[in-house]
Design a protein around this ligand. Structure first.
Ligand code: NFE
Ligand code: MG
Length: 579
């Protein structure tokens, strides 16, 4: 093998437009990797001059995958700016909406976006349905496990393959020797891929009960958008009534069932064939969470299920405190991005002082390679005290683990014992994937508790879901600024809002995929994707870069969150004007 520059563009089974370039040595080890967001976001510019109470509806359109998270971060930024408390019921409803987003996203990611990096669909044709049924029943009590069920799935896949139109299964590296599952495990996983599609359609109803619809449910600054209309004397006229609450309960039960009976056992079964991937794709080894899921009061950080903080150099014995308002802690750099700052390329700006000025200096399309020595991405590079930080499920599980959260410790111990691995194995491609599964279980179990508390409040006569106190701009200070933060499925998400005379004068979102997929900073330090690809392992075949997909997909990329649209001339492709 000679040294090569590998280009993966577009990376598929993600949201948005991501390009990876990687240089390999003569043995097929990646020596330098570059992550490039090839589409530009415009929404921070669209926000200028708007009514802060409307911001959520615009920013929520940043992405249709994580659909609600930007709405939630936005209303929290305005509430933080105005020191605007919300009722406990609204907090519980937000936890439930966000929790449901996690479970939806994580199951979709595992089965529909990431599974085919590990599961060879074509090999499933060789499986014996009887043996597949025995395998499935040996790891779970899930009801869809008869030989006939697997025979039917296999027949459907066979028809697809024979038609020559693999459809949703086209264009993968089928038959690549890095696929290690036996045919029966492949068939079982393909069956669950299809089951997860149907499951996902049903469980999206939770968002409709609380927020009117999915994707993009409604939000409101000051509380939850829907009043409870059930119970004695209730009109029943909103979806948040007794019927709606029973739908929510059913959805949570369906989520718990799928996680316990399908997602967790599948993750452990698949991971057991890929234990070498618990030693690959380590990344930067620094982790950041902004924290989320308050039991009471958004300001009372001690009640959060996921604590905020920073873990450095894989040392889970210490959580460093995080202050999102401190300009010494949080900066965004553009030294390798297609933006300019008025004080030069190498300064870091805290998001309250953030600037979004596009300056495309890359090659004209069509081009062979990016100019990786200079600017090469539409993503900025966020840093904490100058260091790159991984955000997301692994960061959260480590943070809960470090904080001594009991269920997290039990689940991590269960998984690591079953796989016969040390805790350090979590700092890896497969560790990231397993953390997402464990986190889904923790969140779904907590959803049932939030649900029960909400129902008990309603039954006790506390129906308040919205606080009118500060809704009217004539009650606001002339100048205010605030940060809204949440843990989105892909990681720490922050919206920074500056309000002057009742209008937004600046608005910056620092999002999970920007943290993870951003380019090098002024010091030359790679971002988490880039670092994870440089893991000193040989690729089997640089022309079939399955290994790159495995590690990149383990982060669950979403480039729409991170960046909007650009024409081949580098100018923004659209101008959005809404009056
Ligand atoms: Ni579009 Fe997103 C999540 C956010 S990733 S999916 O989760 O915020 O940057
Ligand atoms: Mg931003």
């Amino acid at each position: 093998m000679s040294s090569e520059r590998i280009v993966v563009d577009p990376v598929t089974r993600i949201e948005g437009h991501l390009r990876i370039e990687a240089e390999t040595d003569t043995d097929g080890r990646i020596t330098s990797a570059y992550s490039s967001g090839t589409m530009v976001r415009g929404l921070e510019i669209v926000m200028q001059g708007r009514d802060p109470r409307d911001a959520w509806a615009f920013t929520q359109r940043i992405c249709g995958v994580c659909t609600l998270v930007h709405g939630m971060a936005s209303i929290r930024s305005i509430e933080n700016a105005l020191d605007y408390p919300i009722p406990p019921n609204a907090q519980l409803i937000r936890n439930l909406m966000s929790g449901a987003q996690y479970v939806l996203d994580h199951v979709m990611h595992f089965y529909h976006l990431h599974a085919l990096d590990w599961v060879d669909v074509v090999s499933a044709l060789k499986a014996d349905p009887q043996a597949t049924s025995e395998l499935a029943q040996s790891i779970s009590t899930y009801r869809n496990s008869s030989p006939g069920y697997f025979a039917d799935v296999q027949k459907n896949v066979k028809n697809l393959v024979e038609s020559g139109q693999l459809g949703i299964f086209a264009n993968a590296y089928w038959g690549h020797p890095e696929y290690k599952l036996p045919p029966e495990a492949n068939l079982m996983a393909v069956a669950h891929y299809l089951d997860a599609l149907a499951w996902q359609r049903d469980v999206a109803k939770l968002h409709a009960v609380f927020g009117g619809k999915n994707p993009h449910p409604n939000f409101v600054v000051g509380g939850a958008p829907t009043a409870f209309s059930g119970g004695p004397g209730g009109s029943g006229q909103t979806s948040l009534n007794d019927v709606g609450l029973s739908v929510v309960r059913d959805v949570i039960l369906q989520m718990q069932e799928f996680i316990d009976q399908v997602y967790v056992p599948d993750t452990l079964a698949i991971a057991s064939f890929y234990k070498d991937w618990f030693q690959r794709g380590e990344g930067v080894g620094n982790f950041l969470t902004c924290g989320d899921f308050p039991a009471e009061g958004y300001g009372d950080v001690s009640s959060y299920l996921i604590p905020p903080g920073v873990i450095l150099d894989r040392d889970v014995s210490k959580i460093h405190p995080l202050d999102l308002n401190d300009p010494e802690q949080i900066q965004e750099y553009v030294s390798r991005s297609w933006y300019e700052y008025k004080d030069g390329k190498n300064v870091g700006l805290h998001p309250y002082d953030g600037e979004t000025k596009l300056n495309y200096t890359g090659p004209k399309a069509p081009y062979q390679y990016l100019d990786v020595e200079n600017d090469y991405s539409w993503l900025k590079s966020p840093r904490w005290r100058g260091k790159p930080m991984e955000v997301g499920p692994l960061a959260r599980v480590l943070m809960m683990y470090a904080a001594g959260h009991e269920q997290t410790r039990e689940l991590a111990t269960m998984a690591l014992t079953q796989l016969d691995l040390p805790l350090e194995a979590m700092f890896s491609t497969m560790g990231r994937t397993a953390a997402r599964t464990l986190e889904s279980k923790i969140i779904a179990d907590n959803m049932m508790m939030w649900y029960e508390t909400l129902v008990a409040n309603f039954r006790a006569g506390d129906l308040k879901t919205f606080n009118e106190e500060l809704w009217h701009p004539n009650r606001w200070p002339k100048h205010a600024k605030g940060v809204g933060y949440m843990e989105a499925p892909r990681g720490a998400l922050t919206h920074y809002a500056v309000i002057d005379n009742g209008k937004l004068s600046n608005y910056q979102a620092v999002v999970p995929t920007t943290w993870n997929a951003g380019p090098r900073d002024p010091e030359g330090q790679p971002g988490p994707y880039e670092a994870a690809l440089m893991d000193n392992h040989q690729m089997h075949d640089v022309n079939q870069p399955l290994e790159i997909l495995r590690t990149i997909h383990s982060f669950d990329p979403c480039l729409a969150c991170a960046v909007h649209m650009v024409g081949p001339d580098g100018k923004p492709g659209v101008t959005v004007k809404v009056s």
